[in-house]
Structures are given as C-alpha cells and as structure tokens.
Design a binder for this molecule. Sequence first.
Ligand code: 2AL
Length: 249
Amino acid sequence: MLIQVVNPNTTASMTDLIGRSARAAAGPGTVVVAVHPEMGPASIESHYDEALAVPGLLAQVAVGEEAGAAGHVIACFGDPGLDAAREVAAGPVVGIAEAGMRTATYLGRTFGVVTTLQRTTGRAWELAGRYGVREQCRTIRAVEIAVLALETDPAARARIAAECADVVATEGVDAIVLGCAGMADLAAELTRRVGVPVIDGVAAAVATVEGLVRLGLRTGKRGEYAAPLPKRYTGALAEFGVPDPVAAR
Ligand code: 2AL
C-alpha cells in the first residue's frame, strides 16, 4: 500500500521530519512517500499562508494519485485543503488535526492541544468544532515558537515539554495533541515525560489512512466529495482547470 504524506509547506527539512514520523507509524507492507508542494509558503501559520498553500498541495495530491497512492495525509495542523483533496483523490484523505484530535478521544475523556503561535489557535478551535470534539478539547495552548523555529530554537523542546506538563497539571487532561507537524518527533519522549499519551497527528493520520485502506473504505463520492465539475481556470491557476471528460474523448 502506498500512502502519500503531503507537507503543505515548502520546507524540505520539515518534509524529511514528517516522513520519518510517518514511516515509523506505518505497518509492514506500507510504503510512505513524503512530499511538499513546488510552490507556496515556507511555513503555514496564518489564514493567508493556509489559503495560498492549497493550490500546491492539490497539485501534489494529483501527482500522488497518478503514482497510485491508496490514500493521502495532509500534514499541517490547519488541515488545509482537506475537503478539496477529498474531491480529487480516489482513496481516503486525512488531516493531522483531524486524526490527532479524534485519536485523543479514544484514549481519554479530555485532551489539550499544544501548538506553535497563538494566532493559529482560532483555526484549531474551529477544527475541534468541525470534528465534533470541542467538548473534550479543554485547552489549546501556544508556545509562541514559529513553525520553522521549531528546528532551530534550542529552547523549543523544553518549552513544549513545560507547556504539556502544565496542561496536564492545570487542566487534568487525559491526553495531549501536538499542534504542528514540525513537532512530530517529540511525541514519544513527551509521553514518557508528562505521564499522559502525547499524540503526533502525522503518525495518527498515517495509521488512520492505513486502517481505512485495509478495510476497503474510501471517501463517499456520491455528493459533496464527487470530483469537481469541469471548468476553465484562468491566469496563474489555468493549470488547475478541470477538463470536460466528454470533450476530451
Ligand atoms: C503548522 C503545521 O503543522 N505546518 C505548518 O507549516 N504550520 N501548524 C501550526 N499550528 O503552525
């Protein structure tokens, strides 16, 4: 089974980190390919970044479909482009916020999220509502470390560990979800340190896609997630136009 994990930002070192986490989570017989778009923002930490990451992400999903991917993971905690990717992919598409938060609800009554910048927490709350887990999500904390600084700031690990410990101490949550794909390598160590399960959404999403594919389950294509309608796109987005299958024959 081939699973494509798309880091929707264009930072190769982060794609490598995501790929390592994804491969460690995958079962035998699963091949993980970790990719990032050719165009778009270096990191995603605003609504603007998120919106402009989506065309490149969708181009990458199309590449994965051509390569025969059985399913896709969107490895950014805003789950950008998730609905659109479900329209264009044949197999299941799972976002890391979705998988991380839903996995947390299997492991306890309540959870908290520890993420990068405060400005991303509105989106995370919105997603908790979308996924029906807002009641179980007790807090979403930001460590105020920018996404790319996760790789370079020598204090980042300690700050994230301290925030996770504080969430457990003050909110009494049963689990923690890490709110950025760039934190993927921290989950195992933090689980040992803070005494509750700490979930990396990348690993959770890979396991979810793998499980869905193994069960023979795919996105329902009857209605909302049917392939996009044939349409002409113009300007810089001309390549994203959807050909008319009848005219193309
Ligand atoms: C993210 C993430 O996972 N990747 C990225 O570029 N930004 N999320 C976040 N909360 O900052």
